[in-house]
Write a protein that binds this ligand. Structure first.
Ligand SMILES: [Zn+2]
Length: 214
């Protein structure tokens, strides 16, 4: 039987990128991404503290295939900080696609972390941009707030959720991933790779029903 988790005042739910562009009909749709919205809403009600992330790119962002003549979405290029998958244009600042889903309902969320707003760097993780050294400020925020255990849910399981969980662990926070509250993109086996990585890091992967009200 999986252990049950009863969120306390030291726990935070990190809700990753529940934005129009990552849902069906969006520019970078995660298959069945919209299914997590009601699940995440239910989860949010069980946590006193919730942080939302929002992918937030300027036009012409380096992660867009359209910024690289001759390239197409899902091509991989090498740039200063390593390999970068090229994506369709998505989550452009101020657009409808970058907005949170209208049905996301976690009014008590305390912070929105925007990421990927530097033209030259992509950002999957809620903690570091993809150069793995430019911080978003979230680690400092959580420490100042004495939030020591991070429960991660949202989109996409194999990118922004994965890197956020890994970096939370790297910062010394306890981490739990709520997998049924995530959906994956699955580029070249990336969902299976994410499950292996989380297992290697001994990051618990649980279900929404394992979260109970204290
Ligand atoms: Zn992005």
């Amino acid at each position: 039987m999986t252990a049950k988790f009863a969120p306390t005042d030291g726990d935070v739910l990190l809700v990753v990128d529940i934005q129009n562009d990552f849902c069906p009909d969006g520019a970078l749709a995660v298959p069945r991404g919209d299914e997590v919205v009601p699940i995440v809403n239910r989860l949010g009600a069980r946590f006193r503290h919730v942080v939302l992330t929002q992918d937030w790119h300027p036009p012409g962002h380096q992660s867009f295939a359209s910024s690289h003549p001759g390239k197409k979405p899902y091509d991989v290029i090498e740039i200063a900080y390593g390999s970068q998958i090229l994506w369709p244009n998505h989550c452009v600042q101020g657009t409808r696609g970058a907005a949170f889903r209208d049905d996301l309902a976690i009014p008590h969320a305390e912070l929105i972390i925007r990421k990927g707003y530097r033209r030259e760097i992509d950002s999957y993780s809620a903690f570091f941009e993809n150069d793995h050294k430019t911080p978003t400020g979230l680690a400092g925020y959580l420490r100042e707030r004495a939030l020591s255990r991070v429960f991660v849910a949202g989109l996409a399981f194999d990118f922004c959720v994965r890197y956020s969980a890994e970096d939370a662990r790297g910062h010394g926070f306890a981490v739990v991933v709520i997998e049924d509250a995530c959906r994956g993109i699955d580029v070249d086996g990336s969902v299976a790779a994410t499950r292996r990585l989380l297992a290697d890091l001994r990051i618990p992967v649980i279900a929404t029903d394992d979260i109970v009200v204290a």
